[in-house]
Design a binder for this molecule. Structure first.
Ligand code: DOR
Length: 437
């Protein structure tokens, strides 16, 4: 049986909030032991993790892999390679493909392609409504049986409150969460950035914070009515954080995520009309960024997810109004979390790791996200001291559309293990890859 020993690393346990030096022994794709001074067999491959953090495999629960239908932006193979290079062992694939993932056959296709690619794990998300058109519910039961882990019309809000109520009732029955892209289209219509002073100066049409908050408020009320688990995608405003905090205090089953671009950048990034800064929801104000960080710190926001949204160069190299929304995120997330949240003390290391491992795993009901004896060996190695300049040309993703090109980030994924398969994801010098002992 193939075996590995990850030597001399620092293990981060997000469940018990512990950080401690230990070796990790992996046998036959599972974690066999965690402890000091472990020894393997003669044929055990040694991975020297000195100076590295050994984390449960990171999970990104909000990724656009674009296949089927938009392979000029990304494929399941390229997107899952980008996931590995970014330190992620698993991603959720959003359903806004062509065709939309609104039935078992499409979910099955995504899973087949992911298996063939053999990179990070892929968990498909099924659409709430057929074609994500907001008119008729998609077949939840068959999609759940095919392996979808959540339902969402991501990219759009299900504006029909009655249909959303029914969707939540079915989802609650199946014990599958509903992920809502909270944006009232009547309020955001025509907008391309955050509404406010900067938009006025730039002569661009704005999307008000209220477009998000109205939608969050309604969905919280429907979650309360139905008992459904509501997960709010890409929270971007202070008001949305407040609504979620209040709902949690009332006992509503609601969880939420924030993206690295929303906790790092403000609408100021749009000055210069950089289409890479055109995202939906839009980058907001400094006060919103501060509120997102508070929400992360006090637990209102459970998850960090990237909303990795690759687009081709041709699509993004156009005037601001015409460019599509979205930014890639898989290969900058770990660097941004370490640089923007862990280093300045917004989150402790175990808190940050929890938001990328055990918390998304719990929301999606996955047996993943922890390092424990007997668990599947999904492991991420991060060198917290290693600095890297973001070079989009080096991304494994086909999408180079990032607003972080040229940024220097500290905290770099160096290797990942998926079910006992080892991938070195950065050139190693003397540290990696594993050598026979
Ligand atoms: O920026 C975004 N891009 N936000 C979304 O909600 C959808 C996504 C996409 O699919 O490109």
């Amino acid at each position: 049986m193939t075996s590995f020993i990850i030597k001399k690393g620092t293990v981060v346990d997000p469940l018990r909030e512990k950080v401690f030096p230990a070796d990790v022994l992996v046998v036959g794709g599972r974690i066999a032991a965690i402890g000091p001074g472990l020894a393997g067999q003669k044929e055990t491959t040694v991975i020297n993790a000195e100076g590295c953090l050994v984390l449960p495999g990171l999970i990104d629960m909000h990724v656009h892999l674009r296949e089927p239908g938009f392979e000029h932006k990304e494929t399941i193979a390229s997107g899952t390679r980008a996931a590995l290079r970014g330190g992620f062992t698993a991603v959720c694939a959003m359903p806004n493909t062509r065709p939309v993932c609104d039935r078992a056959a499409v979910a099955g296709f995504v899973l087949d392609r992911a298996r063939a690619a053999g990179n990070a794990r892929v968990y498909p998300v099924g659409a709430l409504s057929k074609g994500s058109e907001g008119k008729e519910l998609a077949p939840f039961g068959e999609m759940r049986d095919a392996g979808v882990v959540a339902f969402s019309d991501d990219g759009r809000w299900l504006a029909d409150a009655h249909l959303m109520r029914r969707a939540m009732e079915y989802a609650a029955m199946l014990d599958v969460p509903v992920i809502s892209h909270c944006e009232d289209p009547a309020l955001s219509a025509g907008g391309v950035m955050n509404e406010g002073f900067t938009a006025t100066i730039l002569g661009l049409r704005g999307m008000p914070a209220a477009a998000e908050e109205v939608a969050v408020a309604r969905d919280i009320l429907l979650a309360e009515l139905t008992g459904c688990h509501l997960h709010v995608a890409h929270v971007s405003t202070a008001g949305a954080v407040r609504l979620i905090r209040e709902a949690k205090a009332r006992g509503v089953r609601v969880t939420a995520e924030v993206t690295p671009h929303h906790f790092t950048l403000t609408e100021e990034a749009v000055r210069g009309y950089d289409t890479n800064a055109k995202v939906n929801p839009p980058l907001r104000t400094a006060a919103d960024v501060a509120a997102l960080k508070e929400g992360l710190a006090d637990g209102t926001i459970d998850v960090i997810a990237t909303d990795h949204a690759p687009h081709s160069r041709e699509e993004k190299e156009t005037e601001f109004d015409a460019a599509p929304f979205g930014m890639v995120g898989l290969e900058t997330a770990v660097g941004l979390v370490f640089t923007e949240l862990v280093s300045p003390g917004v989150l402790t290391l175990p808190q940050a790791v929890a938001k990328m491992t055990v918390n998304p795993a719990r929301i999606l009901r996955l047996e993943a996200g922890v390092l424990a004896e007997g668990a599947v060996a999904d492991i991420t190695l991060v060198d917290p001291e290693r600095e890297e300049v973001v070079e989009p040309e080096r991304f494994a993703s086909q999408g180079k559309n990032t607003a972080f090109g040229g940024w220097q980030l500290k905290g770099t994924p160096v290797g990942v293990m998926v079910g006992g398969r080892w991938f070195e994801v950065r050139p190693s010098g003397k540290r990696l890859p594993g050598k026979k002992r």
